[in-house]
Each structure stands twice: as structure tokens, then as C-alpha cells.
Design a binder for this molecule. Sequence first.
Ligand SMILES: C[S@@+](CC[C@H](N)C(=O)[O-])C[C@H]1O[C@@H](n2cnc3c(N)ncnc32)[C@H](O)[C@@H]1O
Length: 218
Amino acid sequence: MFKKLRKIIFPIAKFFFDKYTVKERKYTYEGITVQINEEVFPPKFTISTKILLEHIKPLNIADKSFLELGCGSGIISLFAASKGANVTASDINQIAIDELKEAAAKNEIDVNVVYSDLFDDLTDHTFEYIIINPPYYPKAPQNDKERAWFCGEDFEYFKKLFAQLPTHIAPNTWMILSEDCEIEHIKQLASENGLSFELILQKSVVKEKNYIFSIQKS
Ligand SMILES: C[S@@+](CC[C@H](N)C(=O)[O-])C[C@H]1O[C@@H](n2cnc3c(N)ncnc32)[C@H](O)[C@@H]1O
């Protein structure tokens, strides 16, 4: 019962928390600071970004090619680049793209920032790491800001992603999901495109279970 209730309340709470918090915010990780425009996914209140940052922290990714697909503020991209990775950061939100270019310059970190709807404009790239923190609530996004949260009423984001991914898949293709979302349905959509999920990390924060899955060709 509690689990069912939190599935309804949590996404709404997250969305409105974000809507009514101060307009321009900062987020700092390991000495790297990004401004969080109100149109861009806020990494501070949500915990998924932090879990991915901590997961990447111990890795030796120097000289590795690294894609953050749907980069938002780009804090993960900047951190990976600060560890020596050759980073591409992509997003469909033009404000996120512009802000990340500014943040990269301010932090003096080199990141290739690309406007792209999923892999549409990343066709000639291959990567050793692909990191995805997807929007997963099944509702149609009304604008770019909402694309950070909503994957379409019929999971259109995942359908397109999993149709493209077999061509682009990296040895390390990682996706973070929460127990709040419809994981079994998302896994099923992946399997329809010959992809399987392997759990590589489970972490509970404020009683919300988060999972990092490695995605592979089945
Ligand atoms: C949950 S946020 C994650 C942001 C960032 N990776 C992080 O962990 O803080 C999802 C991001 O995916 C982006 N996104 C949504 N649909 C997209 C699409 N079709 N193509 C590229 N990016 C997309 C959103 O604009 C948003 O920045």
C-alpha cells in the first residue's frame, strides 16, 4: 500500500519541489560547479545523479571515450572529463547544452557538447562508456523541461532508445532506474530489441531503491 502510494506521490512531489525552488541554483561535486537553470534537471534534490557520480569516481577512465546521453547540467560529463576521459555530452534541451558549454569553459574542462535527440546526431561516434539517467514517468512531456522527467505516455523515449542502442552499444552501457518506475516494462521493451539488463549496483537512499543496470546485447 505504502509502495503504491509513494509511486503516485513521489513523482509529483519531485516535480513540484523542482518547480517552486529558487530559479538559478548551483551544484558542486569534487570542486566542479555548475549553475542549474530552472529549465534543466536538478541534480541536487534527486539522488540519481549523485549515485552515478559516486559509481564513476573509483573508475580509471583516463583516455576512455565516454558518452553521457541526456546530460542535463552535465556535472557527470564534467567530472568524467576531469578524470581524463574523452567526453561527449548530449541532450535534447538547448538550454542545458548552452549552460554546459558555459560551465565547461568556466571550469576549464574539455567536453564535446552535442545537441541530439538520443543518437540521431551521434551516428558516427562509438564509445567505451555510455551513461544514461533517463526520464521514466509515463506521461507526455509538454516542453523541454518536462523531458527530464516524462518518457511519453507509451514509453516513447525508451522505445526509440532501445531501437537505436543495438547499433551504438558500448562495452559499458549503464542506466540508472528507481523502484518508482516500471522497471519490468522497461526491461521488456529492451528485450524486444535484443537487449538485456544486468544489475550492477543497488542503493537505497531515503528508502527509495535505485539500481544501475548494465545493458548488453542478448
Ligand atoms: C533525468 S535527466 C538526467 C540528467 C543528467 N544525466 C543527470 O544525471 O543529472 C534526463 C535528461 O535526458 C534528457 N532527454 C530527454 N529526452 C531526450 C532525448 N530524446 N534525447 C536526448 N536527451 C533527452 C533531458 O533533457 C534530461 O536532461
